[in-house]
Design a protein. Structure first.
Length: 502
């Protein structure tokens, strides 16, 4: 019979394993992967054992462990389908003109996202934006989400005083994003479901959700409505930490109402401790060009960070600490060492050379986004040209024992683990020379970093594994850049159940 989404096949037939497994007896032989009760129960030469029940024919494709995106802002990424993309805007004036053509959403706002203003020849200017957009409240969200440009109508609507520019940074910008994301669930939940299905079509079986909201309630609601496309671990922000502790939530706990599929679990405390490169607010040891007083912003001081992480650790909650600049990374590592917390540093985009080995020594995961390195290569070579720390140190982190966990930070970059792998392995796209090629990682490390356990766990299939799997066209360990970025996935399974079939 033909396999369909929702089926639980008993065999993935005529498959091959990845190059990392060719030391096994099968080599590059065609095999059948046998499944039962959500597990891989056997791997045998094709046809050697009876094929019963629903069979997925891999047609010689590669069976790999299911992929994970370890850093997603789920609702914000889902809502980007309604928002005008601004990645092609070449100036503030151009961005304002584009927004004049943006559709007005049912809530009366115009919203665009994805602009990168670092190389614009002009600066955001309220009069320019007002002239183009008039009295329709208009919001332009930076690609890094750390700044938002509003027209006067939007500033009035949100309760901010016009200042001649209309650009909000860091916490005020996050507050605007929270308000924009707080659409009716009848709008957001179907978009989340569509986003999840698109992720499944790329071989994704799980993600870590860092929406700036009370995510426990949101995911319980989605599960009750039938969400079943992905596994999810969700973050808890500091303003919700005491609520989580009062409810007895601990990292790894299943969300209420999710006993059957075991899809959604409580994740870590998420703390944002500095800004971003694109907004020029990441906390750095050397100043930004043209402003000797601008070293970025530490938005959470070390004492407060230690207090938060101590509280979370004592309650059984892991920590995920946003740190982009080298100063922020040093502080985050110091806090991990002082508290005995476990978890990750998110981004780690600029790390002092002396701090790189501390990730491995402290057992702190490096949750990084390889596509950002290529998005930011020109910015790094200019805005961070005076920094002495190492930007985007993937290979250096791996070589010193850090567990790499890849993600997209969607909507900052699209949710696509194949793009992340290609960027990590080749450090280039669009035909440009490799950027900082000494920081490439090998394909096996990139694949493992794109699975649930991260690079510390080899991405291999074994009997007894949970059947979170993907069937892809090429061997990701030997594919070239174009093949990785264009990888076709013919089937994805979560717990042995098909979430995508081509």
């Amino acid at each position: 019979m033909t396999a369909e989404r929702g089926d639980a096949p008993e065999v993935i037939a005529n498959a091959r394993l990845t190059g990392s497994e060719r030391t096994d007896p099968f080599g590059d032989e065609v095999v059948d992967v046998h499944l039962a009760d959500g597990l891989v129960v056997d791997i045998a030469p094709a046809g050697a054992l009876p094929r019963r029940g629903v069979v997925v024919d891999a047609e010689g494709g590669r069976v790999i462990p299911g992929l994970w995106d370890h850093h997603v802002h789920v609702v914000q990424w889902a809502l980007s389908a309604q928002r005008l993309p601004l990645g092609e805007a070449v100036s503030a004036a151009h961005a304002a003109t584009l927004m004049a053509q943006a559709p007005t959403l049912p809530d009366g706002r115009r919203v665009g996202s994805g602009f990168r203003d670092a190389f614009w020849p002009d600066l955001p200017d309220l009069a320019v934006l007002d002239a183009a957009t008039g009295e329709v409240p208009t919001y332009l969200i930076n690609a890094d989400v750390h700044s938002v440009w509003l027209n006067s109508a939007a500033l009035r609507r949100e309760g901010f005083e016009p200042d001649g520019v209309g650009l909000l940074r860091e916490e005020p910008a996050f507050e605007i994003s929270r308000r924009l994301n707080a659409v009716d669930v009848s709008v957001s939940d179907p978009l989340v479901a569509s986003m999840a299905q698109d992720a499944a079509s790329r071989g994704v079986t799980g993600l870590v959700d860092f929406d700036m909201a009370w995510n426990d309630e949101a995911w319980a609601r989605r599960l009750a409505a039938g969400f079943d496309a992905l596994r999810v671990s969700y973050g808890i922000y500091p303003e919700f930490l005491e609520r989580a502790i009062a409810q007895g939530l601990q990292t790894g706990d299943a969300v209420r109402g999710d006993r059957a599929h075991d899809l959604v679990r409580v994740g870590p405390l998420k703390v944002i401790t500095d800004g971003s490169l694109g907004t020029r607010t990441a906390a750095c040891s050397h100043h930004y060009p043209g402003d000797a007083h601008n070293h970025g912003l530490l938005t959470v001081d070390l004492a407060t960070l230690v207090e938060l992480m101590t509280r979370a650790t004592g309650a059984g909650i892991a920590s995920a600490i946003h740190a982009i600049g080298d100063v922020a990374n040093s502080h985050a590592l110091e806090a991990f060492g002082a508290t005995g917390a476990w978890g990750t540093i998110e981004h780690a985009q600029l790390v002092a050379h002396a701090d790189i080995p501390r990730f491995g020594r402290l057992g702190v995961g490096a949750s990084v986004q390889p596509e950002h390195a290529l998005d930011d290569r020109d910015l790094t070579d200019t805005v961070w040209s005076g920094q002495t720390a190492q930007p985007y140190p993937l290979r250096a982190l791996a070589d010193t024992g850090a567990n790499l966990l890849f993600g997209s930070d969607a909507p900052v970059a699209p949710l696509d683990p194949w793009a992340a792998m290609a960027s990590a392995v080749f450090r280039t796209r669009d035909g440009r020379d490799a950027w900082q090629p000494q920081q490439r990682v090998d394909a096996a490390t990139a694949l493992a970093a794109s699975t649930r356990g991260g690079s510390a766990v080899a991405a291999r299939l074994r009997p007894g594994d949970i059947a979170d799997l993907a069937v892809c066209e090429h061997d990701p360990l030997t594919a070239d850049e174009a093949a990785l970025r264009g990888m076709r996935v013919s089937a994805t399974l979560v717990g042995g159940r098909l979430t995508h079939v081509a």
